[in-house]
Design a protein around this ligand. Structure first.
Ligand SMILES: [Zn+2]
Length: 497
C-alpha cells in the first residue's frame, strides 16, 4: 500500500465439494442510500459453516477495518423463501441458526467513502464507493464468507447500468466474475462506471488501465503515456515481470488517499486535478511503488501474509521489506533507467529524511510493523515509506560494498523472488537470519541496528562509500567531485541499469 500517506491450504481435496457453491449477486442498478444490496446463494452449508464472517482487516492495509460495522441488514432464507434466524455474535460475525436449511443470505452493506465512523476510518483506496456514475468495490468491503470457507471458490454477478464498463484482474466466465477463494476476491478490486480504458504489452505482460475521472480531466491514455517508461524499467529491473497480466484502476474524485497493491492489479484514489506532466510524474511514482509490490509482499512474504487471518488482525514484523524496500525500489529503478535524474533522486532522499524527522525517531521499523494495528502504531506508520525506504537504500549500498559491487539489494530481492513465490512463504521469525545467511554476517548487524532498533541512520558514512556527500546540517545530498576510483567504481555499479 502507499498512503499519501492465496491461501492455497490443502483446499484441492475439498474443491469438488465447494465447487462454485457461493454465488453472489450485487445489484448496482439500485445505488440508493449509499448501500450495496448483496445476495448470496449457498448450497449444503454445514454446522462448521454456521458463522458468516466479514473481514476485520485485509492484506497490505495494516489497519483495522471491522467491515461488520457497515452491515445494515442481515437475513437468511430457506429454499422456499422462509426466514432462517440469524444472530450477530460480534462486530464481524453473524450466526445462522440452521445453516443446512439456508439457501440465500441477503444483506446490505454501506459504502465506506460516505459512511461516518468514529474510529478506524478505512483508507479510501481500500474502501468502497457507490455513486451515480461509478462504483468502487474492494472485495472485503462488500463480501464475506461462511466460516470454514475462506478457501472456497466463489462467483459474482454484477448488475449495472448499460454503458458502464468495468476493470478488474478477475476473469469473467458466463456472465460471472470468478474467484478461486475469498482471498482472491479481496485481492481483486473492481472499478465500474463511465471509465476510460487503455492497454499495452510490456514484454510478456498485458497491462490494462481503467480510469474514473470525475470531470474527465484525466484519461487512461494520458496516464499510460506517462507510465510507459516506468513499466519498461520495472520489467528490466526485475528481469521480467512475474505476472502475465496486470490492471491499474484509477479513481480521481475529491479524495487524496493513496493506493493499494494486489497480485494482479492496484487501486488508486487520488484527488482529480488538471492534467500536467508533473501530475503524470507523481502518478508514475505511486504506480511504480504499487507495481513493485508484485515482488514483495506478493512473491516474498512470511506465512502471516500467506495464511491471511481475516478474523483477527495479525501483524508481520517485515514491513521494512514489504513497504520500505518497495518504496526504495520504485524510485531507484527510475534513477537506474534514467526516468529520474540524480538530482531528482537526491531531492526524494532529502524529502524522506525531512519526513523521518517529523516522526518518533526512537520508534524502530520492527515496532512500526508489529504495532501497525494499534492507534499508537498508526501514528508512526507513515514513516515506513520514509525511514523504511532510506534503510533499504543503505542496505543496498552495504550489500554492494560487501560484495565488491557484485550484488545490491535488487539482485538479492530478485533471487529471493525466484526462491519463494506466491504460495511459498519465508519463516516470519527467522527471516532476518535467512537473509543474513544468504548475504553477509555484517547484514545481521545492520538489521539489529536499523530495523530491529532505531539507531541514527549512517547516511553520511554510507553514501560516502559511493562518492556521495550527505550534509547532515542542510540535509542535502550531492556528488563528491573528488571521489576515489574505488568510490567511483561502486557509484557506477550503484547507478547501473
Ligand atoms: Zn506499499
Amino acid at each position: 500500500m502507499k498512503k499519501l500517506s492465496l491461501s492455497l491450504f490443502t483446499a484441492c481435496a475439498f474443491l469438488g465439494a465447494y465447487a462454485q457453491n457461493l454465488e453472489y449477486t450485487v445489484n448496482l442498478n439500485d445505488r440508493s442510500n449509499d448501500l450495496f444490496k448483496v445476495e448470496l446463494k449457498v448450497k449444503g452449508l454445514k454446522k462448521e459453516n454456521a458463522v458468516y464472517q466479514f473481514a476485520s482487516t485485509a492484506p497490505g492495509t495494516y489497519q483495522v477495518m471491522d467491515m461488520g460495522r457497515f452491515v445494515r441488514k442481515f437475513e437468511a432464507f430457506d429454499a422456499k423463501g422462509k426466514t432462517v434466524k440469524t444472530k450477530q455474535l460480534s462486530t464481524n460475525q453473524w450466526e445462522l441458526s440452521a445453516p443446512e436449511k439456508v439457501a440465500k443470505i441477503r444483506y446490505e452493506i454501506a459504502e465506506t467513502f460516505d459512511t461516518k465512523v468514529d474510529k478506524d476510518k478505512i483508507y479510501a483506496m481500500c474502501g468502497s464507493s457507490i455513486e451515480d456514475d461509478h462504483v468502487l468495490i474492494n472485495g472485503q468491503t462488500v463480501f464475506g464468507y461462511p466460516s470454514g470457507m475462506q478457501s472456497a471458490p466463489l462467483k459474482v454477478k454484477l448488475q449495472y447500468p448499460e454503458g458502464w464498463i468495468y476493470g478488474t484482474a478477475l476473469e469473467e466466465k458466463e456472465g460471472f466474475l470468478v474467484a478461486n477463494s475469498y482471498d482472491h476476491i479481496v485481492d481483486s478490486p473492481i472499478l465500474l462506471g463511465k471509465l476510460t480504458k487503455a492497454s499495452t504489452k510490456v514484454r510478456n505482460t498485458n497491462v490494462e488501465l481503467y480510469t474514473y475521472s470525475k470531470t474527465g480531466k484525466i484519461t487512461s491514455e494520458k496516464l499510460l503515456g506517462s507510465m510507459t517508461n516506468m513499466l519498461v524499467a520495472a520489467d528490466s529491473f526485475l528481469n521480467g515481470l512475474p505476472v502475465n497480466r496486470y490492471a491499474f484502476l484509477f479513481h480521481f474524485e475529491d479524495t487524496n488517499a493513496g493506493a493499494w497493491e494486489h497480485s494482479y492489479s492496484s487501486e488508486y484514489v487520488i484527488k482529480e486535478e488538471n492534467w500536467s506532466e508533473e501530475f503524470g510524474k507523481q502518478m508514475t511514482d505511486i504506480a511504480a511503488h504499487e507495481f513493485f509490490h508484485v515482488v514483495t509482499p506478493l512473491n516474498i512474504h512470511s506465512e502471516i501474509i500467506e495464511k491471511f487471518n481475516f478474523v483477527q488482525p495479525t501483524a508481520s514484523e517485515h514491513l521494512w521489506l514489504y513497504e520500505g524496500t518497495t518504496e526504495w525500489a520504485s524510485h531507484k529503478m527510475q534513477l537506474n533507467y534514467s526516468i529520474k535524474t540524480l538530482n531528482e533522486y537526491f531531492a526524494e532522499l532529502r524529502q524522506k529524511v525531512n519526513y523521518d524527522n517529523y516522526y518518533d525517531k526512537s520508534y524502530s521499523l520492527s515496532k512500526m510493523s508489529l504495532t501497525s494495528y494499534t492507534p499508537e502504531g498508526q501514528k508512526q506508520y507513515g514513516n515506513i515509506y520514509m525511514r523504511g525506504a532510506l534503510v533499504a537504500g543503505l542496505l543496498d549500498i552495504r550489500l554492494l560494498e560487501l560484495s565488491g559491487g557484485k550484488k545490491g539489494l535488487r539482485e538479492v530481492i530478485n533471487e529471493f523472488a525466484k526462491e519463494y513465490g506466491p504460495s511459498k512463504s519465508f519463516p516470519e521469525k527467522e527471516w532476518f537470519d535467512v537473509f543474513t545467511k544468504k548475504t553477509y554476517p555484517e547484514i545481521g548487524d545492520f538489521f539489529n541496528k536499523y530495523v530491529k532498533n532505531a539507531e541514527p541512520l549512517p547516511l553520511a558514512e554510507y553514501y560516502e562509500k559511493i562518492g556521495i556527500i550527505y550534509n547532515a546540517e542542510k540535509k542535502t545530498f550531492s556528488l563528491n567531485l573528488s571521489a576515489t576510483p574505488e568510490q567511483l567504481r561502486l557509484r557506477e555499479r550503484w547507478m547501473r541499469n
